[in-house]
Design a protein around this ligand. Structure first.
Ligand SMILES: NC(=O)c1ccc[n+]([C@@H]2O[C@H](COP(=O)([O-])OP(=O)(O)OC[C@H]3O[C@@H](n4cnc5c(N)ncnc54)[C@H](O)[C@@H]3O)[C@@H](O)[C@H]2O)c1
Length: 315
């Protein structure tokens, strides 16, 4: 028998970077967690330390097929998140976003679970509004090499909204901005992990374009806090809500910071920009602050980078 206060929670993509931190936090709060993953980009190594916990269950499953379990809450994270992986099989990426959302929404409907979608700042595309507010509809290329991810995530948001309007499913949508931290995949081409690995190996640090394009970086613990707060909001608040760190840095500043923190001898080199790379991305988090009990990122870039660098040193 489950304890009364204990919730049974399904996390899809739970063996990934963000999912593993989420599983860890949900378990630490006394919940029963089912982690579903097909290990496309995730790894058992990310959750190995949780396997002895009796409240943790690990299921190898692909969310493009239906899955069933009696749960109170679902966090839908399953989806490759970095360009080399989501472009490896773009049709599969779309299927994961769309069939995955439909299968999880169908489950939420049947078992009356609350369901949270891990959407993305990529729904804003190359934004004409800066910083991005939730009411901005975005500037997305529907036929480019990033579209399988961007449009897949946009379609998933549509499905969430329609299951809510048509079937009263209790949904929550968060739009996650660039997040980094321990257990990021070391070779998935994301900028923070790329720079750290290059700096630790003393290799050239590659910047695409001139390095003046900006990004904002959120440490993973800040994101997890926002996810739990979002799930706990009253049913009438469904989002979408931006979750990210508005502190903006150029790629050049980030590279220099990482070189300093690792005492690296690496030099910075410049390569041509890949297709559809957004020039600027920064969240407006006014709504998150208002609706998520005053939530705002609390971990400074330097502090988060130090923890991430420590993790990469252990690999
Ligand atoms: N990391 C970021 O900066 C960021 C930003 C915006 C949105 N997100 C979203 O957050 C979620 C988690 O991202 P992450 O950075 O942890 O990436 P990740 O690649 O580490 O995690 C994704 C997980 O989903 C699993 N997965 C992929 N396809 C699957 C399928 N068909 N069936 C079952 N499992 C599948 C992978 O094996 C992996 O464990 C993703 O949905 C991503 O789009 C992440």
């Amino acid at each position: 028998m489950q304890k009364k206060s204990m919730k049974r929670i399904l996390v899809t993509g739970g063996a990934g970077f963000i999912g593993s931190h989420l599983c860890e936090r949900l378990l630490s709060e006394g919940n029963d967690v089912i982690c579903v993953d097909n290990y496309f980009t995730g790894s058992k190594d990310n959750i190995r330390h949780l396997l002895n916990n009796h409240n943790f269950e690990l299921v190898r499953h692909d969310v493009t097929s239906p899955y069933s379990a009696e749960v109170d809450e679902i966090y839908n994270l399953a989806c490759p998140a970095s360009p080399p992986y989501y472009q490896y099989n773009p049709i599969k990426t779309m299927k994961t976003s769309i069939y995955g959302a439909m299968n999880m929404l169908g489950l939420a409907k049947r078992v009356k679970a609350k369901i949270l979608q891990a959407s993305t700042s990529e729904v804003y595309g190359d934004p004409a509004v800066h910083p991005q507010v939730e009411s901005y509809w975005g500037n997305v290329n529907p036929i480019g090499i990033r579209s399988c991810y961007d449009e897949g995530k946009r379609a998933a948001e549509t499905l969430f909204m329609d299951y809510h309007r048509q079937n009263n499913v209790r949904i929550k949508i968060i739009r996650i901005f660039n997040t980094y931290g321990p257990r990021m995949n070391s070779n998935d081409g994301r900028v923070v992990s790329n720079f750290i690995v290059q700096a630790l190996h003393g290799e050239d640090i590659t910047i695409y374009g001139t390095g003046t394009q900006t990004r904002s970086f959120q440490y993973v613990d800040d994101l997890i806090e926002a996810m739990l707060r979002m799930m706990a909001t009253e049913d009438s608040f469904i989002g979408p809500v931006n979750v990210g760190n508005p502190g903006e840095f150029t790629m050049l500043e980030l590279a220099q910071k990482i070189i300093d923190l690792t005492n690296s001898r690496s030099k910075i080199v410049f390569l041509p920009l890949p297709g559809d790379d957004p020039k600027q991305r920064q969240p407006d988090i006014t709504l998150a602050k208002e609706k998520l009990g005053g939530w705002e990122p609390s971990i400074k870039l330097e502090e988060g980078l130090k923890k991430t660098i420590e993790y990469f040193k252990t690999l």
